[in-house]
Write a protein that binds this ligand. Structure first.
Ligand code: NZQ
Ligand code: ZN
Length: 383
């Protein structure tokens, strides 16, 4: 196991009725800016629950944060927060609203051009405190220090990570996810599964706790995911998926182990250039990364096959192939497409999709050997 230092300071308040606990979590008298997306929280009653819980606070609202949140939208919220002398930000939504709120929290306190935070890795010394009411389990953003922002005029989607944007708390009521359309449930299941994979499917370093934890999370996500589609109002299924997605990316399983993240990074241009949802990019790319790196990842692919998909029979080569097929089939069972042509993407599109990787100086995978050329080969496998 590799050395590590780790602290996750996010307080989790989990369960039915937990939104009512908000007033115990935000310092009295705080001037709150509540941020949300395109309006789902107005239809499903979450907006009413939050407003009721915070009726004694001065509250301003900022709505319209889009999926894959835009830098320009975030900067409008920064301006509003400054004008209203906000001192606490409350994100009510999924990964996009949470990520936007993290960026806004950092941008408010940042001297200089805030786009430098993701684009130039500019250090973030301070950020405004923020809290989260989660409405979609997928990204794990509710308990981590990461965010991904899209800059439409630059044609870029970029991430950043800094402890300054850890939320102070995450309120997680599984009932808040009942109103999700099936496609968003499926996206969340696939995204959280692949978060585990990106931290697990590398090479072994004898990290027994992390490996066993990761395998149990994948098994749970794989079992509960299809059940959530069949039985959308089952509380325990939603609760288990929500907690699994949080644990998939709250830092615990990734300590002391090599990590990959190439499927995520190769996927960003697919969102920017072709509008695929985040999880849709991953469902296409991950089986290609597994195939392309099957030698380097062989030991972990075999473990994954046995522990999560019960693949124990056949030669090494057969078990590796069966496992890659089983992963792709799981995504298809969840209703996601797994091939580029299904999105109308052709071989002639691949150069534009992969050229950002070298331009940004990214050396992807746990081996650091995937640049533009290798990413193109991976996408070629996925046409
Ligand atoms: O905008 P509204 O109207 O709220 O609708 C949203 C949005 O259209 C809807 N939704 C959310 N909760 C709902 C609901 N609809 C009905 N009922 C509810 N309870 O769902 C749609 C998608 O929401 P979004 O927040 O975009 O989804 P997700 O949570 O998958 O977040 C995706 C974003 O997170 C980033 C992705 O790149 C993408 O930008 N990621 C962030 C990570 C992190 N911070 O650690 C890691 C991830 O790998 C990922 O990159
Ligand atoms: Zn993801």
């Amino acid at each position: 196991m590799n050395n590590f230092e780790f602290c996750n300071p996010v307080k989790v308040v989990f369960g039915k009725g937990s939104i009512a606990r908000l007033s115990t979590l935000i310092p009295e008298g705080s001037k709150i800016l509540m941020l949300y997306g395109g309006g789902s929280i107005k239809k499903n009653g979450i907006h009413t629950q939050v407003s009721e819980a915070l009726k004694d606070y001065p509250l301003t609202e900022f709505s319209g944060i889009e999926a894959n949140p835009h830098y320009d939208t975030c900067m409008k919220a920064v301006e509003l927060a400054r004008r209203k002398k906000t001192d606490f930000l409350l994100a009510v939504g999924g990964g996009s609203v949470i990520d936007a709120t993290k960026f806004i929290a950092a941008a408010i306190c940042f001297k200089g051009d805030p786009w430098d935070i993701p684009a130039k890795n500019a250090p973030v010394e301070r950020a405004m405190p923020l809290g989260v009411v989660l409405t979609l389990s997928a990204t794990g953003s509710e308990t981590n220090e990461r965010a991904v922002i899209s800059n439409i005029s630059e044609g870029q989607k970029l991430g950043f990570a800094t402890p300054a944007v850890f939320p102070a708390f995450a309120v997680m009521d599984p009932e808040a996810t009942y109103s999700l359309p099936a496609a968003q449930v499926a996206n969340g299941v696939v995204d959280s599964f692949i978060h585990v994979i990106e931290q697990y499917l590398t090479y072994p370093v004898d990290a027994k706790v992390q490996d066993a934890f990761a395998e149990s999370l994948m098994r749970i996500i794989r079992e509960e995911g299809p059940r959530a589609l069949k039985d959308p109002l089952d509380y325990n299924i939603r609760a288990n998926l929500m907690w699994a997605a949080t644990n998939a990316l709250n830092g615990w399983i990734g300590q002391g182990v090599p990590q990959d993240w190439s499927s995520h990074r190769i996927g960003y241009p697919l969102t920017v250039q072709f509008g695929l949802a985040h999880a849709e990019t991953l469902a296409v790319i991950l089986p290609g990364v597994m195939q392309y790196m099957q030698k380097e990842k062989q030991e972990k692919i075999l473990r994954l096959g046995a522990a999560v998909f019960d693949i124990t029979e056949g030669s090494t080569k057969e078990r590796v192939e069966k496992t890659i097929d089983a992963v792709e089939l799981f995504f298809r069972d969840m209703g996601l497409k797994t091939r580029l042509h299904e999105y109308g993407i052709k071989e002639t599109d691949l150069d534009a999709l992969t050229s950002p990787i070298d331009r940004l100086g990214w050396k992807l995978s746990e081996k650091g050997h995937i640049g533009t050329k290798a990413a193109r080969e991976i996408l070629l496998l996925r046409l």
